[in-house]
Design a protein around this ligand. Structure first.
Ligand SMILES: Cc1cc2nc3c(=O)[nH]c(=O)nc-3n(C[C@H](O)[C@H](O)[C@H](O)COP(=O)(O)OP(=O)(O)OC[C@H]3O[C@@H](n4cnc5c(N)ncnc54)[C@H](O)[C@@H]3O)c2cc1C
Ligand code: SF4
Length: 481
């Protein structure tokens, strides 16, 4: 396991205080970036969060690669990178126990879902917001409430279609209309924290939506007293199972006979009635559509490396986190249902206000119901990722540290992981990707969905066994020195 390996100079030393893992040097800016390059970027551990770029005063920029957006020096200027980048970079790791303590003042009683106060299934009571949302439109509704009630002056969100129709970018929404236009999920990595410079110069308080790695980096910056991070009053975030590289869209286009992504004029990942479909419009006016559960076939071929190493599925460091309420009771109704977790006191209070004012419909659910909705993905992150981290570490490759690990993982579960990881390795091969593009989509999507359901049923007993008693060891060795 990662936590048992021998420390080297490069390794992360997460300390009780928000300090850099780097030693003192004469030229700290340059050293911080070269350390990130050697310890995070080159070994493929960058989560594409954008934090280092946001802390670089414009001297770094995100650069699109086949392995997702990666930070690189802006040409013609000297790097000016705050040492906080090495403190907050989630590619090096996230000290979850320390951040739980900082955010919640306690450790989770259930380590699958993290610290929480209340659990709900719900949706926005405004039909248009619910319909346009990824699941029940709860995130968008909450942001609009915060803005229109003067609790924040803007919201950091992601808008699809900028700077090109097939890309997405983070921005600060200042109006209800801008927040609403940024609803739905974007399944490729978007470096939200690259906006930290703008956040710092923003006049007023902000709400923020980010993925688990981005939220962790932001919490670390708040803990360090970063002035921009401390302008953020409310942190919301989606559950995050998987992200895919933009090659997923390129591949889907090729399967439809379109070789140039530049043909795309519009792209939405969760259009239409819940659970929604991938919607692409091209220059020629052609419209492509694939149901959510059918275009999931792209995941094993284009899954990001950071997905396979992350251990936070339910966005554990937010004030409120929101996912799809996958349950036959809700799926049979369509329309859009979210699972909603109030984690902090102010998150819970906010949801009460929305509920009392009739803006969001909320229904309390039990912890068991919440866990049962996402048993496979919880297992994928809370046991699968630790197995994958262990293998990687055993091969002598750097791994991110999370400050805890499961106490035990049954052998049968490890064997299931051999199958899962072999599929990922196989599907990542260019030849296999290319062969898949020649299978008619009308066959591939439904076949994938059918096989996925069979695999889920076959592996369910092994994947769920012992998950209910999930216990962790907190590896204090990671936090000392
Ligand atoms: C990459 C990704 C993977 C996900 N995987 C799962 C999963 O496996 N299981 C599950 O139950 N739910 C998953 N979700 C969450 C789900 O898709 C919805 O986002 C969630 O249910 C919230 O729905 P909503 O209708 O309340 O959100 P909306 O009201 O539609 O608002 C969504 C908000 O999220 C922001 N946003 C969208 N994409 C990104 C992004 N890439 N980075 C940062 N901010 C973003 C938008 O700007 C918007 O403010 C995932 C979401 C994402 C982005
Ligand atoms: S801070 Fe984020 S973008 Fe920068 S190297 Fe680390 S993971 Fe990558």
């Amino acid at each position: 396991m990662d936590s048992e390996r021998t420390r080297t100079g490069d390794e992360l030393a997460l300390t009780g205080k928000a300090t850099s893992f780097l030693g003192q040097s004469e030229d700290p800016s340059c050293d911080v970036f070269s350390q990130l390059e050697s310890s995070v970027i080159q070994p493929g551990l960058c989560t594409h969060c954008g934090t280092c770029v946001g802390l670089s005063a414009g001297t770094l920029e995100m650069h699109d690669t086949t392995w997702g957006p990666i930070p690189s020096p802006t040409s013609g200027v000297d790097i000016n990178l705050s040492p906080l980048a090495s403190t907050a970079c989630p590619g090096l790791g996230v000290n979850y126990p320390e951040l739980y303590d900082y955010v919640f003042g306690e450790l989770p009683t259930n380590w699958l879902i993290g610290c929480y106060r209340e659990l709900y299934v719900g949706y926005s009571s405004v039909p248009e917001i619910r319909r346009r949302g990824a699941s029940g439109g709860v995130i968008t509704q909450t942001l609009i409430y915060l803005l229109t009630h003067g609790l924040v002056d803007g919201a950091v969100v992601v808008r699809q279609g900028y700077p090109r129709p097939w890309l997405a970018e983070p921005f600060i929404a200042r109006s209800q209309e801008e927040i609403a236009a940024a609803s739905q999920s974007v399944y490729v990595p978007v470096p939200v924290n690259a906006l930290l410079g703008q956040i710092e110069s923003f006049e007023g308080r902000l709400a923020y939506v980010g993925l688990p790695d981005q939220v962790a980096a932001l919490r670390r910056l708040q803990q360090s007293g970063h002035p921009g991070a401390n302008k953020i009053e409310y942190i919301l975030g989606p559950y995050v199972g998987t992200t895919m590289y933009i090659s997923s869209i390129e591949s889907y286009l090729r399967s439809n006979g379109i070789r140039d992504i530049g043909e795309v004029t519009e792209l939405r990942y969760r259009e239409g009635a819940w659970p929604g479909y991938l919607h692409i419009r091209t220059r020629s006016g052609r419209v492509l559509r694939a149901e959510k559960f059918y275009y999931n076939y792209l995941i094993p071929f284009h899954i990001t490396r950071s997905t396979l190493l992350s251990v936070d599925f339910t966005n554990e460091l937010t004030d409120i986190s929101v996912g799809d309420a996958w349950h036959p009771r809700y799926e049979s109704q369509g329309q859009g249902f979210s699972i909603v977790i109030a984690r902090t006191a102010k998150g819970a209070q906010l949801l009460h206000c929305l509920n009392e004012q009739g803006l969001v419909h909320l229904e309390g659910i039990s912890l068991d119901d919440a866990l049962a909705m996402h048993g496979h993905m919880l297992d994928f992150k809370k046991r699968g990722s630790f197995i994958r981290l262990g293998w990687r570490s055993a091969c002598g490759r750097p791994v991110p540290h999370y400050g805890y690990r499961p106490k035990s993982i049954p052998l049968a579960r490890r064997l299931v992981e051999v199958v899962i990881s072999s599929i990922f390795v196989l599907c990542r091969q260019p030849l296999v990707r290319s062969l898949a593009e020649h299978i008619p989509l009308a066959l591939l999507g439904p076949s994938f969905d059918f096989l996925r359901r069979i695999w889920k049923n076959v592996s369910k007993p092994t994947k769920r066994k012992g998950l209910g008693n999930y216990e962790v060891s907190i590896r204090l060795v990671d936090y000392e020195q």
